[in-house]
Design a protein around this ligand. Sequence first.
Ligand SMILES: Nc1ncnc2c1ncn2[C@@H]1O[C@H](COP(=O)(O)OP(=O)(O)OP(=O)(O)O)[C@@H](O)[C@H]1O
Ligand SMILES: [Mg+2]
Length: 761
Amino acid sequence: MVLLICGMIFLYGLVVLFVIVFEGCVVFVKDLSVPEVVKRVLSELGYDSLYPPQSDAVEAGVLDGGNLVLAIPTASGKTLIAELCMVKSVLNGGKAVYLVPLRALASEKFEDFAKWEGLGIRVGLSTGDFDSSGSELGRFDILVCTNEKADSLLRHHADWISKISVIVADEVHLINSVDRGPTLEVVLARLRQVNPSAQIIALSATISNGHQLAEWLGAKLVLSDWRPVILKEGVFYNEVISYSDGSSHIVPLIDPEFSICLSIDTIKGRGQALIFDSTRRNAVSIARRLSSILSSYLNKGERRALNGVAQEILRGGEVTQISKQLASCIEGGVAFHHAGLNYGQRKIVEEHFKKNLIKVVCATPTLAAGVNLPARRVVIRNYRRYDSNFGYRLIPVLEYKQMAGRAGRPKYDIEGEAVLIAKSAGEENLLREMYIEGAPETIESKLASESFLRTQVLATIASGYASDRVGIMNFLGKTFYAYQFGSDFIEIILEGILTFLFSEGMIESRENVLVATLFGKRVSELYIDPMSAVLIRDGLKLKAEQTTDVGYLHLISSTPNMPRLYLGRKDYKELGFFADEHKFELRANPPNEYDDPSDYEWFLSELKMTYLLERWINEVLEDQIISQFNVGSGDILRFVETADWLLYATYEIAKLLKIKEELPYIQRLRLRLNYGVKDELLELVKLAGVGRIRGRRLFDAGLKTIHDLATVEVEELSKIPTIGKELAKKIKKQVRDITENNTDTDAPILTNGQTSLTDFK
Ligand SMILES: Nc1ncnc2c1ncn2[C@@H]1O[C@H](COP(=O)(O)OP(=O)(O)OP(=O)(O)O)[C@@H](O)[C@H]1O
Ligand SMILES: [Mg+2]
C-alpha cells in the first residue's frame, strides 16, 4: 500500500513537472529574485519550483514591484505570489497589508503566514474593534485584516498606513458582491490615494473582465486556466457521473438522496467529500442521515477519536439542540457547517475534517471562499437559491467554480472532482453547458447605493481626504464603479447625500470648505451608518417615559446597521403584544398599524430583534432562543456583537451630547449584553471561566459576590454543578488576587468589540 502511494506521488510529480516544462515557463525557487533566506524557507517547505501561472506572475515583474491582477483558477497558488512580494518588501523595510473578505479566511491566512516569523517578520491579525486608532498595529510587518477593518483604520488615520508598501486584495472578484464589494472597492481606492507608490496585488478567481480590473488598478494581468491538481467536473444522473473529459463513473444507489450515494462512494475510495447545499436546514438533515449510514465504514480507532471530538463540541459552550445534533453527526464521521454554528464549533469541524477524521462535511456556501480543505469530491446539491426579492434564482457560474474549487487542493489530493446533480437528461445537459462549460460572469461594481455612499462621503470629509465637492468626486471618480460606468450617477446621488449630512449637522461649510462637525467626525470614526447615528441621537434626545432595556435595545435594533429578522405568521400577534407592553419605553414613535402597514411591519421586525436581545440579557437559554427565533448560536453571537457595537456608539453619542445621566445605564446594559446575564450576575462573570450558566449556578447556590466566593472552601465550590475541582481552584485564585490587590471593580471591564458569550473561554 505504502509503495503504491509513493509510486502515485512520484508519478504525480512527474506529471506536474512534465506539464510545467511543457508549458515552457518553469521558474525554480533557487532562481527567484528574493533574499536567500526566503528561498530557504520555501525549500524547507518542499517548494522547488513555481507553478506556471505563478511563473507568469514573476515574468510580469511582480517581484520587481509591479502591480498585478492574478485571475487564475482555484488552488493555483495565488497566495504564494502575494507572500513573496510581501516578504521581499518587508525585508527591505516595507510593510504589507493582506485584505480578505471574511474573518475565517483572515485567520487561515494569518496561521499560514506564521512560516515567515522565523525571518523576524511580525505577522498580525486584526478583524474587530472598529473604533480603534489602530496605532498598535503599526508594530506588525504584515497585517492580515478584513476589508471592513481596513476601512475603519483608514478613517482613524493611523500613521503607519502611509508606510504600507504592498497591498494585497484577496478574493477581489467579490467587488461584484452587494454586501462586500463596495467596501473593498473603496478601501482599494483609498489606500491608493494615501499610498500612490504602494504595490497592488489583486488575487481573483477566473473572471471574464480581469482586464478591466487590471486597467483600473494600473496593473498587469495574468490569466491562466492551469490548475496544479486536476479537477474533473461532472454531472450525476441515473447512477452515473459523466465527466466533461468524456469519462464516467457508476455510483451505486444505496439511498434515495444522491448526495449521500456520492459521499459514500468517495469514502469507499478512501477520499473525503464536501456537500454544498444552499440552506442550513438541508445541510443539517443530510448530515444527520448520512451519519447513520457512514458510521459503519469507520474503524474502532476512528470511532473513539470521533467520540472525543463530539465531546469537545458539547463542552465548548451551552449545550443546544444544534450542538447536540452536531456532536451526534460527528460520532458518525459527518459534520454540518453553516453560519448558525458558533466560531468554536466551525473551527472544530474544519480542524478534524483536515485531519481526515470527519469524512464528510455538509456545508452552506459560506465555506466556499478561499479555504484549503481535503475534499476529493465536492457535491453541489442545488444550483438554485431562494432570494426574498426575486424568488428562486440560478447561482452564478463564479460561485459554482468557487464551490467546485474546494476539491483537489495540492496539499491534500492528487485529483479532485466536482459533481452537480441532475434529475433528468435535459437538466444534465443544461448543467453541463451552463456551469461546466460556461464562462464565469463579468464582475460589476455595486458601489452606487445611497446608504453605502452616505457613509463613505462622510468618511471622506471627516478624515480630511477631501474638502469640497470636486475633491469628493475626484476620489469617487477613482473607484471601480466610475471606471466601469462613469461618474454621472454618483454625482446625482452625492447631491442628496450632502444635503442629508448638512441638515443632520454632520458637516458644515466654512468659507467654501467642507468640514465635519464634531458629531460627524465621531460618527465616521464609530463606523456606523450616518442614518443610524441620526436615529440614535434623536432617540437619546426624545427621552422615553422610563429608561429601560427594551427602550435601548429597540433603539439600536431600529438602525440600518442591525440585521432584520424575518417575520413568521405567528410573530405578528406575539410582537403586537410585546409592542403594547413596552410602548412607553420606546425611544421612537411607532408607526400606526392601519395608516402605515408596511412601516408597521418593518417596526415589528425591529421588535423581533429587540425581543431576541431582551431574552438573551435575561438569561434565557441559548437553546430556547434558537428554537423561538429560528436562528443558530452563530447568529446570536453576530447579533450580540453588532448590538454591542451599536450600544458602544450610543454611549459615545450620549457622551458627545452631554446626556451624562444615561451613561451608566448604557454601560451596564452593554456588559449584560456581552455576557448575556441579568444585572445581578455582573460581578461574578468577571471571573475567567464563569459565564452566564456557571454564574447563575453560583448565584443560586448563594455565592452572589466576590466576597461570598472568598469565604467558601474549594471543596464546597467544586461540588456546584458545572464547576468541578479545576475551575474551583482557578476561581479561588482569581478571587484572592482581586481581594488581596484590591482590584475589585463594579463590573467586568470591556474593550470595544470584545464579547464573552460562553463559559468556555
Ligand atoms: N509552487 C508551489 N509548489 C507547491 N505547492 C504550492 C505551490 N504554490 C502553492 N502551493 C500550495 O497550493 C495550495 C493552494 O494554494 P492557494 O491557497 O494559494 O490557492 P488559491 O489560488 O488562492 O486558491 P483559491 O482561489 O481557492 O483561494 C496551498 O496548499 C499551497 O501551499
Ligand atoms: Mg486563495
